[in-house]
Design a protein around this ligand. Sequence first.
Ligand SMILES: Nc1ncnc2c1ncn2[C@@H]1O[C@H](COP(=O)(O)OP(=O)(O)O)[C@@H](O)[C@H]1O
Ligand SMILES: [Mg+2]
Length: 282
Amino acid sequence: MMQPTSPSAVAAFPTTGEPVLRVENGSSRQASDSKQDPIIQVEGLRKTYQTARGSLDLFDNLNLRIDPGEMVAIVGQSGAGKSTLLHILGALDAPSAGTVYCASTNVASLSPRQAAAFRNREIGYVWQFHYLLPEFTALENVAMPLLARGKVKAGAPGDAQRAPSSSLGWKREALAVAANWLREVGLEERGAHRPGELSGGEQQRVALARALVNNPRLLLADEPTGDLDETTAGMVFDLIERLHMSHGLTSILVTHNLDLAARCTRALRLESGRLAPLEARQ
Ligand SMILES: Nc1ncnc2c1ncn2[C@@H]1O[C@H](COP(=O)(O)OP(=O)(O)O)[C@@H](O)[C@H]1O
Ligand SMILES: [Mg+2]
């Protein structure tokens, strides 16, 4: 499995009241306008890995449509292919067959260089492990995707839309934008800390700020709370939910936590190579 190397970085749903699971394949409540273009459209997806013990077929002509603003949970047993699916959606891995459109882009058609630019621009990744760079401060870690991209996207917090006048000025701008994101995740006081000086929950909040610093349209989160205790996991999930809403994101969260899955606008189970609605529990 490809290791994530450069994580860069998810409509409205109630935060109170009964958890609601969508049990049909239709759109979520905030994406009820079926005429809008989907942000994810997967048809006939197959993925085959060649292994020492023969070929492994992960998906059985899998189909998936996600509309803008949805917050979709994906659950499934270990080895079901959840991470592989996220990697394919996010142009980190290639499908063996089928079409995968993500943010109006046919991801399979991208060259490695185009895929890198696409990921940096459109997608925020968060993983179970934060993958922060240990030798850099929290602030520098958050700024990293901006520095990699070379310019700040329009509408980013800090309104740093201008082209950098110099590389020094550019770095300063990137750090200012990163500081705003650290504030958004409640860690403005921790900017000078290195990852090793932060708690697990704080590390994951920094990773979220880094994931969103380029104002992506999509947040792909692979067991983002899987390494955290229950209370911290709940707090990180609350933050993801808040950022999802306040930034108009579309989010896909892989999780083993059925309570958290139930808080998403739609929950799906990946099983036998296909996605099916997760039945609402009592
Ligand atoms: N690069 C690879 N080469 C061969 N097999 C792989 C590779 N990546 C993943 N797999 C296999 O594909 C299956 C699905 O993996 P993964 O997507 O990580 O599952 P999940 O995230 O649901 O636990 C597993 O059996 C895994 O061993
Ligand atoms: Mg996985």
